[in-house]
Design a protein around this ligand. Structure first.
Ligand SMILES: Cc1cc2nc3c(=O)[nH]c(=O)nc-3n(C[C@H](O)[C@H](O)[C@H](O)COP(=O)(O)OP(=O)(O)OC[C@H]3O[C@@H](n4cnc5c(N)ncnc54)[C@H](O)[C@@H]3O)c2cc1C
Length: 450
């Protein structure tokens, strides 16, 4: 081909940006890269997932931001693929497309009462406290002002984040980049008890030790383990013996079991071997019914039929994220991912030339931010091999001008636009003595980008 290969990356989260980096840092195949995101801001879940009080992890965005400085890499923010750019246009404008659009929806518990007012998805709560533009700023203000007791269902890092955000004192979140309305709602919150609930035991939980330990170190909050923490069954014993991280987590729980219950204004209660079977209430959540479980030889939870009732005002479901299909693109509806072979998207007849996938929509919602780098490098290796084998470049007339023409009249946020949003957020934060305060409405983000 006598012109650079034109690659589109759908999604400016870590996996999309690591893919852009891998493409821009090789010179075997000349490329230009458009990183397209439906939001006016890049960084995906690093901005709208990673907890605002984890400043050092959130600062990964500075490293990701530098990728836009590489020659040939453009940011096209506020452009939704499938809507603002149709799939037919994408195929016409680009020689290769890498899907990196993440897994943005929650999984459901599928128990009665899940639709009651006050039963909410962790995805929504996280979107709210990180200032996602899709979220109504007032969505949880009233709920937090009247709720005293919250159940968080799930024993992964997202459940731990949500529990911590609800349990911190106002002084402990003051330095974060949360939007102002979130500070105000959390400051006015009447939540005093958070129940963290897991179906299985401490040896089967998915959290990382550092995050877990932090729950026991909050300044105005005590922690107590309310039962089910025994690890003497064969599956737990074997998990502890074979995995150091599991052993460390179990040791943290054992240390909490030893603690005397301190008199603190806020409390976290951890319940293991407790499976939610029903949410009850008269129009809104009033209680959560839990069934005791036992752990079988494979480490799975089985119900015992013995139930108990926990009075709560809010239930937050944190049992995983799942990807959504994109029209005209193959999708595995049982695993909620795009079927692929090492990043090459698989159609009925095998790999589809020019179509690739990376990140959470490739492998499901697992791993840390860094996992996406290895994942993106694998995908890009396949793409470059296909380019060198002459399989790409059928979209003969693909030019940057064609994309720009298709988006005429649309407010695209480019990298300079993002920089202006960045400056506006820093200026807003400085007024309150913080590094940054997140601007949260799409309208204000677009205004700041201009
Ligand atoms: C609540 C939470 C907390 C986390 N905390 C940590 C942590 O502390 N440390 C850690 O290492 N990892 C953490 N992770 C995991 C980490 O965020 C993920 O591994 C990573 O973000 C996945 O990257 P991704 O690029 O696949 O998806 P995302 O980060 O989700 O990026 C996908 C991007 O695609 C865009 N998009 C979606 N649809 C379209 C479309 N149709 N057109 C254009 N753009 C589209 C989205 O707007 C988004 O920007 C956390 C995850 C969550 C959910």
């Amino acid at each position: 081909m006598d012109r650079p290969l034109r690659v589109a990356i759908v999604g400016a989260g870590p996996s999309g940006l690591y893919a852009a980096d891998a493409l821009a840092s090789q010179d075997d195949v000349p490329v230009t890269v458009d990183v397209i995101d439906r939001l006016p801001t890049p960084f995906g879940l690093v901005r709208y997932g990673v907890a605002p009080d984890h400043l050092s992890i959130r600062s990964v965005r500075d490293k990701l931001d530098a990728i836009f400085d590489r020659p040939g890499v453009r940011f096209l923010g506020n452009v939704e693929v499938g809507t603002d750019l149709t799939w037919a246009q994408m195929e016409q404008f680009y020689d290769a497309i890498i899907l990196a659009y993440g897994a943005s929806r929650d999984r459901e518990l599928q128990i009665p009462g899940e639709d009651l007012e006050g039963s909410i998805a962790a995805t929504d709560f996280v979107n709210w406290y990180t200032g996602h533009p899709d979220m109504d700023p007032d969505e949880f203000t009233d709920l937090l002002a009247r709720a005293r007791s919250v159940a968080v269902i799930g024993v992964g890092n997202v459940a731990v984040d949500v529990t911590r955000v609800l349990s911190k004192s106002p002084g402990e979140i003051e330095h974060t980049d949360m939007p102002q309305h979130v500070f105000d709602a959390l400051r006015a919150s009447s939540v005093r008890e958070v129940h963290l609930i897991g179906r299985r035991g401490p040896a089967q939980a998915n959290w990382t030790t550092k995050e877990l330990r932090e729950l026991g170190e909050l300044s105005e909050c005590g922690i107590v383990v309310d039962g089910g923490a025994e690890v003497d069954d064969p599956a737990s014993a074997s998990a502890i013996a074979s995995d150091k991280a599991t052993a460390r987590n179990v040791a943290v729980i054992a240390e909490w079991l030893e603690r005397s219950v301190a008199d603190q204004p806020r409390m976290i209660h951890v319940h293991f071997r407790s499976r939610p079977v029903e949410i009850r209430g008269d129009g809104r959540v009033q209680e959560l019914v839990l069934e005791r479980t036992i752990i079988d030889a494979e480490g799975r939870a089985t119900g015992t039929g013995e139930t108990s009732t926990l009075p709560v005002d809010v239930v937050i479901r944190s049992v995983g994220y799942r990807g959504l299909p994109l029209d005209d693109v193959p999708f595995d509806g049982s695993r909620h991912v795009i079927p692929n072979d090492e990043g090459r998207v698989l159609g009925d007849g095998g790999p589809i030339p020019g179509l690739y996938v990376t990140g959470w929509i490739k492998r499901g919602p697992s791993g840390i931010i860094g996992t996406n780098k290895k994942c993106a490098v694998q995908t890009v290796s396949g793409l470059l091999a296909d380019a060198q084998a002459g399989l790409l470049g059928a979209a003969g007339g693909a030019t940057a001008a064609a994309v720009d023409a298709a988006l005429t009249g649309w407010q695209v946020v480019d990298h300079d636009g993002w920089r202006r949003i960045d400056e506006a957020e820093r200026a807003l934060g400085a007024r309150a003595g913080r590094d940054r305060t997140t601007v949260h409405t799409r309208e204000d983000l677009l205004a700041a980008s201009r």
